[in-house]
Design a protein around this ligand. Structure first.
Ligand code: EPU
Length: 420
């Protein structure tokens, strides 16, 4: 397994361009199963999660062609049974459920297990499908869904932690080919859900209200092939912004959508980070004095849980007490113990992490536990003195396109150590 060797203390300077959003492209790729016609998706990031999704589509019978950052999918015929091992590898693969139900009225997928950031159930996904008339049974690790007809319904999709992103995506993708009208209440408002709805609408779906908690979908008989460019990755952009701040550098981030990042940009500015916006470009530098801040993760347009770990790395460097409260995933604090190896003083109390910031960080070998935790360790490693070895960076490759190359382009002393 590859690791990343970071020589810290080097301020990042220069320009970086944001890639397409992982969490938008995964459901959009799944949505190509809804039509036998050809779909062309552009600005697709080169990520292992995207490769997994391409393999899953191929295993379901689709033809998938990758040409640089353009992926062409044509699903003339579809098998409704997902490959157990492939699906198990990636939680995001659950988003084939909706398209399979929409197109085939049948789906068998392996149950996505728990993962290090929490139990991650799929009860809300199943509730959505049942509301449209599907029967659900669990057998041999598979969840099997079947419906003679899919009929539009009013569905309240709110859960313990609020709306569900992929649950909303799945219900939308099934409802576009159902009979009649489906209304999703407490729908997720994330930009990635909006991008998916935009893609579906181009295919011929009738969707209104997307981006708000009430989405209304009027089913159509068939959808057709389209071309689409995926939105930029707001989490990647936020990670680079934080990296610029922690290293006391100045980085210009191109091709982002600052309008998708209000909560993060606002919090960074409250902490004293300087952000100059010009259209789709943001220049980020540390500013004169950083101040402690409190952050609570929330569904969009609140502060994203996917930036919580990286924000914690910044907090560790700000003198004073910062508090971060995680409201989306119950165990998303695996990075705390690893940040402590670098010298951070962080304690966990229930859903909150109390960060006593301002202690100097020094390099150490650390272990990446999940995607965003890995990003936080890389960010912290770049701010620490000496060398940090981030082990198990395959997590990073799942969600950050060519991260080591991009960081080196900004002057970071980062080296990938490949292990056979
Ligand atoms: N939940 C349920 N029941 C369900 C589904 C979700 O209780 O059936 C709960 C979850 O346990 C969690 C909350 O609802 O407490 C929100 O989870 P959500 O369903 O919104 O998460 P997701 O759709 O599985 C996506 C992203 C995650 C991101 C979350 C929240 C993709 C592929 N994944 O997951 O991204 O953290 O939304 O914004 O879109 C990442 O990129 O690192 C990542 C984990």
């Amino acid at each position: 397994m590859d690791s990343l060797l970071i020589k810290g203390g080097v301020p990042l300077h220069g320009d970086v361009t944001v890639s397409g959003a992982k969490n938008a492209v995964l459901p959009i790729l799944a949505a190509t199963l809804l039509t036998p016609e050809k779909c062309v998706i552009r600005r697709v990031p080169d990520l292992t999660d995207v490769h997994f999704m391409a393999e899953i589509l191929a295993s379901l019978g689709a033809q998938v062609k990758v040409d640089g950052d353009t992926v062409t999918v044509q699903a003339r015929k579809v098998r409704p049974v997902g490959n157990y091992e492939l699906i198990r590898k990636m939680r995001g693969s659950i988003c084939i459920l909706g398209p399979l139900m929409g197109r085939m009225r049948e789906a068998s997928v392996s149950l996505p297990g728990g993962c290090v950031i929490g139990t991650r159930p799929i009860d809300l996904h199943l509730k959505g499908m049942k509301s449209l008339g599907a029967s659900v049974e669990i057998e041999g690790g598979y969840v099997n869904l079947k419906a003679r007809r899919l009929i539009g319904a009013d569905v309240f999709l709110g859960g313990r932690a609020g709306p569900t992103v992929l649950g909303t995506a799945n219900l939308m993708m099934a409802a576009v080919l159902a009979e009649g009208v489906t209304t999703i209440e407490s729908a997720a408002c994330e930009p990635e859900v909006v991008d998916l709805a935009f893609f579906l609408s181009k295919m011929g779906a009738k969707i209104v209200g997307v981006g708000s908690p009430t989405i209304t979908i009027t089913g159509v008989k068939e959808l057709h092939g389209v071309e689409h460019e995926v939105i930029p990755d707001r989490i990647e952009a936020a990670t680079f912004a934080i990296a610029a701040a922690v290293t006391d550098g100045e980085v210009t981030i191109h091709g982002a959508r600052p309008d998708h990042m209000h909560a993060v940009l606002d919090k960074l500015q409250e902490a004293g980070v300087k952000i100059e916006r010009k259209g789709l470009t943001m220049t980020v530098s540390r500013g004169r004095r950083l101040k402690p801040v409190d952050v609570t993760t929330l569904p969009y347009s609140g502060f994203p849980t996917d930036v919580q770990a990286q924000m914690m790395a910044l907090m560790a460097l700000i003198p004073g007490l910062s508090i971060i409260t995680e409201r989306i995933f119950e165990s998303r604090f695996m990075h705390v113990a690893e940040l402590a190896r670098l010298g951070a003083d962080i304690s966990i109390e229930g859903p909150s992490a109390i960060v006593k910031g301002g202690r100097p960080l020094s390099g150490a070998p650390v272990m990446a536990s999940d995607l965003r935790a890995s990003a936080a360790l890389v960010v912290a490693g770049m701010a620490a003195s000496g060398k940090t070895l981030v082990n198990r960076i395959y997590h990073l490759d799942r969600g950050y396109e060519k991260i080591d190359q991009k960081l080196r382009g900004l002057g970071a002393r980062v080296q990938r150590i490949e292990q056979p």
